[in-house]
Ligand binder design. Structure first.
Ligand code: ZN
Length: 263
């Protein structure tokens, strides 16, 4: 299985990445994609992926951290992605996407125009480099769809930690974007999300932990871990009609294809 969204450069993983990766591997989670949050962790996610074969990363500017992005951040991101493009020609880049980026209108110091501008530019960069996009969205669904319709992602993408309605999921899928399924479905009270995920085409789904965030049910109050992808997978098999084996196969293939990760 692939954890399509894991902040593996954050604590507690950065203290002992080898041990946490072994835990993940033992549970059947063979690969992880680490989304970046901003200039401060680009080098870190790259270093981790250079150290461990099972890690890949994305580079981007996360809307939750809007206040800390410098004025040069977008230019710096452009330069980083150009460097990755050159490496990709030699098959030496482990950067598989642009992100995480998006709109977060739930933060207190929200600057909507700045966020929309940063997202638009990152969509353009993703298209320029033919990379998929990793999207984050809170309390900004209509605005996100509007921006995406103006800049359809040519290499697709994933809407991470989806927790919306069926019509919303369909709008996202129609834009060529996959639905990231996280720990939310492990909570029985999350009926809307569980019903939505159960009703979508299996080929539209990807699995993610968002670790160390979004603890799965039963582990509230502790940092989430990539090996707990297994619990999300288990719950997905419970709410869907297909067998666990089929779900695992299809979802892993979808994720590997989107990020062009060889299995
Ligand atoms: Zn994230």
């Amino acid at each position: 299985m692939i954890d399509s969204h894991c902040h593996f450069d954050f604590a507690p993983f950065c203290d002992d990445p080898k041990a946490y990766l072994e835990l993940a591997h033992k549970a059947g989670v063979g690969k992880l994609v680490i989304p970046a949050v901003g200039e401060r962790n680009w080098r870190l996610v790259r270093q981790l992926a250079e150290q461990f074969d099972s890690l890949h990363y994305a580079l981007g500017l996360h809307p939750f951290f809007s206040a800390e992005h410098s004025r040069q951040a977008m230019n710096a991101l452009k330069a980083e992605l150009e460097a990755e493009s050159l490496l990709r020609e030699k098959n030496a880049s482990r950067c598989v996407a642009v992100g995480e980026c998006g709109l977060d209108f739930a933060i207190t110091d929200v600057n909507r125009n700045q966020q929309i501008s940063l997202l638009t530019q990152q969509l353009e960069l993703a298209n320029e480099h033919n990379l998929p996009i990793i999207l984050h969205c809170r309390k900004a669904f209509p605005e996100l769809v509007r921006v995406l319709k103006h800049n359809p992602p040519v290499a697709g993408g994933v809407y991470h930690a989806f927790s919306g309605s069926l019509p919303q999921a369909k709008q996202i899928i129609d834009l060529g974007i996959k639905i990231g399924v996280g720990g939310t479905i492990t909570y029985r009270r999350a009926n809307k999300t569980r019903n939505t995920i159960a009703a979508l085409p299996l080929t539209a789904l990807m699995l993610e932990t968002d670790a160390p965030d979004m603890p799965v049910s039963g582990f509230q109050g502790e940092p989430n871990r990539p090996d707990r992808l297994v619990d999300i997978m288990h719950e997905l098999a419970t709410i869907r009609a297909e067998s666990k084996q089929e779900i695992e196969q299809v979802v892993t293939l979808t994720t590997a294809e989107l990020f062009r990760i060889s299995l």
